[in-house]
Design a protein. Structure first.
Length: 277
C-alpha cells in the first residue's frame, strides 16, 4: 500500500505519505528537507511495517495558517489519523529528532522506540565552530542578509549534505538536486508562527535519562564536530541508548548513503516492533 493523506492540525493541513501495513514507524524530516528525504527508508520499512512520513509546517506540500503551534501536537495528529492508536517507533533527523525526543518524554506510552539521526535537542550546548567552518557560516550570513536564496540554498547543501569540512560537491547527482528542491520550498515559505514546544518546558537535554524507549543514535563522521560530540552524549545518557557512526557521510545520511541508513532503521524496527503489540 502506498497512499497520500491530508491531516488537519489546528490551522495546518499536513501532507503525509504512507507505505505498507503493520506496526507504525513515523519519520520526521530535517529543517532543510521534507518527507521525500525518507524515500529509501520508507520503502524498506514499508515491506513489513506501516511507514509514515509527513511534511511539517512550512515544508513540502503542507499548508498552514499563521498561529502558534506544537510540533509534537502535529505529530500526534498524524499518529491519531493513521496508526489506529498503536504506539509508534519514531525516526527523526536533526530538528525531526528534537520532535521525536520531546514526544518520547511527553508521551512515553505512545513511543516505543527512537532512531535519532544527528538530532537536535532543546537545551543542547551552544555550538563551537573551528575557523574553517566559521568562514563558510559567514558566507551563509552574508547571503541571507542579501536575500540571495539560491546562494543560501547552495551553502546549506555544502554544510549539511557535503559536510562542513568536506569538499564542496562531494555529494552530487539526484541526491543533491532533491535536497536543493526540498530546501527551496522551505526558504520561500511564509512564517507560520512560533513552535510552543521550545518555550517554557524543562529542556530535553537535561532529561535524557528519563527516556524509556530503546534508542539508536546515528551520526556521520563528516558531520559538524559539535554535533558528533552531542550525539555521543545523547547515546550515552539515554538509559537504553546506543550509538552508531556512519563513515564518509554528514548530516543527511538518508540521502547520502540511503542503503546503509535503511539497514540500520529496518534492523532497529525488527528488534523492537514486538513492543507495539
Amino acid at each position: 500500500m502506498n497512499s497520500d493523506h491530508r491531516i488537519a492540525s489546528g490551522l495546518a493541513t499536513l501532507a503525509a505519505n504512507v507505505v505498507g501495513t503493520g506496526a507504525p514507524v513515523v519519520f520526521l524530516h530535517a529543517n532543510v528537507a521534507d518527507n521525500r528525504m525518507w524515500r529509501a527508508q520508507m520503502a524498506g520499512v514499508g515491506e513489513n511495517n506501516l511507514a509514515i512520513a509527513y511534511d511539517r509546517r512550512s515544508f513540502g506540500e503542507t499548508h498552514a495558517g499563521t498561529e502558534d503551534f506544537s510540533e509534537v501536537a502535529d505529530l500526534l495528529a498524524v499518529m491519531g489519523a493513521l496508526t489506529d492508536g498503536a504506539p509508534a517507533i519514531l525516526v527523526g533527523c536533526s530538528q525531526g529528532g528534537r520532535i521525536a525526543v520531546d514526544a518520547a518524554l511527553r508521551y512515553p506510552s505512545r513511543i516505543v522506540g527512537l532512531v535519532l539521526i544527528a538530532p537536535n535537542v532543546t537545551g543542547e550546548p551552544a555550538a563551537v565552530y573551528p575557523p574553517d567552518i566559521t568562514g563558510v557560516l559567514d558566507q551563509l550570513k552574508d547571503a541571507e542578509e542579501a536575500g540571495d536564496l539560491d546562494q543560501v540554498n547552495a551553502i546549506k547543501a555544502r554544510l549539511w549534505l557535503d559536510g562542513p569540512l568536506a569538499a564542496e560537491g562531494r555529494v552530487a547527482g539526484p541526491a543533491r538536486q532533491l535536497l536543493l528542491d526540498m530546501n527551496a520550498i522551505k526558504l520561500r515559505s511564509s512564517p507560520t508562527g512560533s513552535d510552543l514546544d521550545v518555550i517554557g518546558e524543562v529542556p530535553a537535554f537535561h532529561r535524557l535519562g528519563e527516556i524509556e524507549a530503546p534508542t539508536l543514535v546515528i551520526w556521520g563522521d563528516l558531520e559538524f564536530p559539535h554535533i558528533q560530540d552531542r550525539c555521543r552524549q545523547i547515546a550515552a545518557e539515554i538509559p537504553n541508548g546506543t550509538g552508531h557512526v556512519l563513515a564518509d557521510t554528514a548530516h543527511l545520511p538518508s540521502l547520502d548513503c540511503p542503503a546503509e541508513v535503511t539497514d540500520q532503521v529496518v534492523g532497529f524496527v525488527n528488534r523492537f516492533s514486538d513492543r507495539q503489540g
